[in-house]
Design a protein around this ligand. Sequence first.
Ligand code: ATP
Ligand code: FE
Length: 356
Amino acid sequence: LTILGLESSCDDTAAAIVCQAEGHRPEILSSIVYGQAELHADFGGVVPEIAARAHAEKLDVAVAEALAAAQMTLADLDAVAVTAGPGLIGGVLSGVMCAKGLSAATGLPLVGVNHLAGHALTPRLTDAVAFPYLMLLVSGGHCQYLIVRGPEEFTRLGGTIDDAPGEAFDKTARLLGLAQPGGPAVEADAKTGDPKRFRLPRPLLDRPDCNLSFSGLKTAVLRARDQIVAEKGGLTRQDRADLCAGFQQAVADTLTEKTRRAIRLYIRENPAEPVVAVAGGVAANGTIRAGLQALCQEAGARFLAPPLALCTDNAAMIAYAGMERFRAGARDGMDLAARPRWPLDKTSPALLGSGK
Ligand code: ATP
Ligand code: FE
């Protein structure tokens, strides 16, 4: 099977081709990503209208490049998969319209993909992983624990009740005058900082569930910063490094502790070979990774973190998730809808704790 995937739900315009021959591992033949960071840089966040226009301009370029890089034409494909949500509606619509156009012009089957399912199925694209496995999705827009049981079968164990961790990293960086995206900037500064100097909160650890909260942590950093500024007139390099280290450690501790609880729930189901996987840009963080890795070792689970380019938004994961759906017989028609909200777990309330 050879599938073209399209992704345009946030601020990356992406197209990729994934193929899998009977009895072989899936293979990424090409993966093109056009980021929009510089378009939104002046606004301190993603501007939906600008994003949608850029997606509309770049999608067919990305498709042409993905085909060229794979040395293929549309005639070599078996289906077109596209992110149909959740995300910014203008961007999702751009992708869905592009995919429908391709499908109408070529007769290729169309498969709509949930963006979060794309992230959640990535471990099966990169490694031989069997269902069910535990997935921690930690990105700029999302934070949730999922038991992945099948291409379309997910159980949500919990997630953030306010900010996503990436959002907290970005806001903390902004508070300290560091560059965006905040995650890498905070991690770099934290290297020379003392994580114990500031006592920052570990929210919700007193509750037994798998829910998290990050907005109070960011506020605590703001208070600590203002107190130093009031006392000394400004922040030294060391103050900033200590705040970064304290913040990062608090996020890592919270994620590790809640993951411990999620693993407990997951292991109860007696998976033959327990696997805990992470995805999302925050999974790039060394301190967070180390905490999760140590925890998995202790719990006897295999820890999987896909390469960073596949952790953040890309179309290879959409092509692959589309392939899993396609193989299971799923086909969408010209009535495929673009959905701004689309929870993975049909039993969980649509708006509760998705972080977006
Ligand atoms: P989503 O995919 O949920 O729509 P997104 O596109 O913003 O959201 P990603 O591209 O997966 O998310 O990740 C970007 C986020 O990851 C940013 O918030 C960024 O600060 C964070 N991030 C990147 N590298 C690191 C790091 N080393 N440490 C912590 N956070 C990081
Ligand atoms: Fe994403």
